[in-house]
Design a protein around this ligand. Structure first.
Ligand SMILES: Nc1ncnc2c1ncn2[C@@H]1O[C@H](COP(=O)(O)OP(=O)(O)OP(=O)(O)O)[C@@H](O)[C@H]1O
Ligand SMILES: CC(=O)N[C@H]1[C@@H]2OC[C@@H](O2)[C@@H](O)[C@@H]1O[C@H](C)C(=O)O
Length: 398
């Protein structure tokens, strides 16, 4: 037997595995690296987050990814190169982090790599029923395995699509296994580039758990700051706080059909981008309003996409709790508006549930890898409208 296959077998038999979860989201801020200790699988999974860091990307890296990110027409040579380049860059960042934490790579059982989403094209977005759902994450797993010496599981979303899903959101699987609660109806709201929630009904209801995207999280605010001020974000909502929400623009932003589609659904910056903003500005004749007002309006638009979505699902339910993760948690204007708009719900940071909110998505990918190595597809069969499959392709280091 190939000794690497034997090692895989041994890893799957261990009482506890040490798995690195990786997430590189649409915000392109950096690579989230979460070292997790995971015991068991399925509903008895226990996860302990040992180390976490977001390793910042260099400007050159961001610029190259932005050349293809969410774009329909791209340079193929650059694209092919990026697949390898992102894999190698991620491997370097992992090696650096492990060194900083004094963890020898031989002590890591495997890496769970999300890769970099470059295009998300479910039929609901393309509106083309003759063309399949698709989503694409690059940053090749073999490059990570070879350059770290660690077995790597990657490209999780393809199996989901192959089995009938949209390839996202995948958070529901881990959220359901780790955080369902006897009496609380929980919304795990993640505010990344795109906002999404996992709804986990209490054990007292007959409802099923699911995850759905809601609309823009930080992405339009980030894009506007980049285009107009060459800044990566509106840190602490500094700009938005100085402006006034423009109702005419806000109403136009809210007309998008996606916002009215039933849950679950997925989207991306392919839809919610500056071109989308410009069209809404034209229609509302607000092309020349001050930047502060545009930012205040974009902030409110993101908040409303979330609040309206949560209201829709929580109607008629009592004991509703919302736990917020993702970078948008650090945007005070966004957080305060969400909290004020949902006065009957408990609204807290995801940290209350015992895991660093910035690490959540990376941890969930570690859990998905654990399920693939040790779990059973029935563990994830409880998620509404999402295929029960184990995900991730396995790359061996040699
Ligand atoms: N202090 C802050 N003030 C305002 N916004 C912030 C702050 N800190 C982080 N953010 C926002 O959070 C973003 C990063 O969030 P996160 O890392 O969750 O996104 P992501 O993982 O790239 O997205 P996705 O989950 O959609 O893939 C930043 O780009 C910024 O917009
Ligand atoms: C295609 C893709 O990369 N989608 C991401 C993105 O970031 C947030 C939202 O859009 C969500 O659908 C998903 O990520 C999370 C981790 C998920 O799959 O649950």
């Amino acid at each position: 037997m190939n000794p690497q296959i034997e090692r895989l077998y041994q890893i799957s038999q261990k009482k506890e595995r040490r798995i690195i979860g990786l997430m590189s989201g649409t915000s392109l801020d950096g690579l989230d690296i979460a070292v997790c200790r995971i015991e068991n699988a399925g509903k008895t999974t226990k996860i302990q987050l040992e180390n976490f860091a977001t390793m910042d990307y260099e400007d050159d890296f961001r610029a190259r990814v932005r050349e293809v990110f969410a774009k329909r027409n791209i340079d193929q040579q650059l694209f092919s190169g990026l697949n390898a380049y992102i894999g190698v860059t991620h491997a370097k960042l992992i090696n650096t982090a492990l060194q900083q934490w004094n963890i020898p790579s031989s002590e890591i059982d495997c890496i769970a790599s999300h890769g970099q989403t470059v295009y998300h094209a479910p039929q609901s977005l393309t509106k083309d029923r003759n063309w399949p759902n698709s989503t694409l994450q690059i940053g090749d797993g073999d490059h990570i395995a070879v350059n770290t010496g660690i077995i790597t599981l990657s490209d999780f979303r393809q199996k989901h699509v192959a089995a009938g899903g949209e390839g996202a959101p995948l958070a529901a699987y881990g959220d359901y296994l780790l955080f369902s609660h006897a009496t609380e109806n929980r919304f795990l709201l993640n505010i990344g580039g795109i906002s999404n929630f996992t709804f986990i009904p209490s054990h007292q209801t007959k409802l099923k758990a699911y995850a759905t995207d809601l609309g823009p999280g930080n992405t339009m605010m980030n894009q506007y700051m980049k285009a107009n001020f060459n800044q990566e974000m509106d840190r602490d909502a500094y700009m938005a706080k100085k402006g006034q929400v423009n109702d005419a623009l806000l109403n136009q932003l809210l007309t998008e059909e996606f916002l009215t589609l039933p849950f679950p659904k997925t989207t991306g910056p392919e839809l919610f981008n500056l071109a989308y903003l410009e069209k809404a500005q034209e229609r509302s004749k607000t092309a020349h309003i001050p930047h502060e007002n545009v930012m205040a309006t974009l902030n409110r638009f993101a908040a409303l996409a979330m609040v309206n979505g949560i209201r829709k699902q929580s109607e008629g339910l009592s004991d509703v709790a919302i736990y917020i993760s993702g970078g948008g948690l650090h945007n005070p204007l966004l957080f305060d508006y969400i909290k004020r708009s949902l006065p009957t719900c408990k609204v807290e940071s995801f940290a209350t549930l015992g895991i660093n909110p910035d690490a959540k998505e990376a941890v969930l990918f570690a859990l998905l890898a654990n399920e693939t190595l040790v779990g059973n597809k029935s563990n994830v069969a409880q998620i509404k409208d999402s295929p029960a499959v184990c995900m991730g392709k396995i790359s061996l280091p040699q």
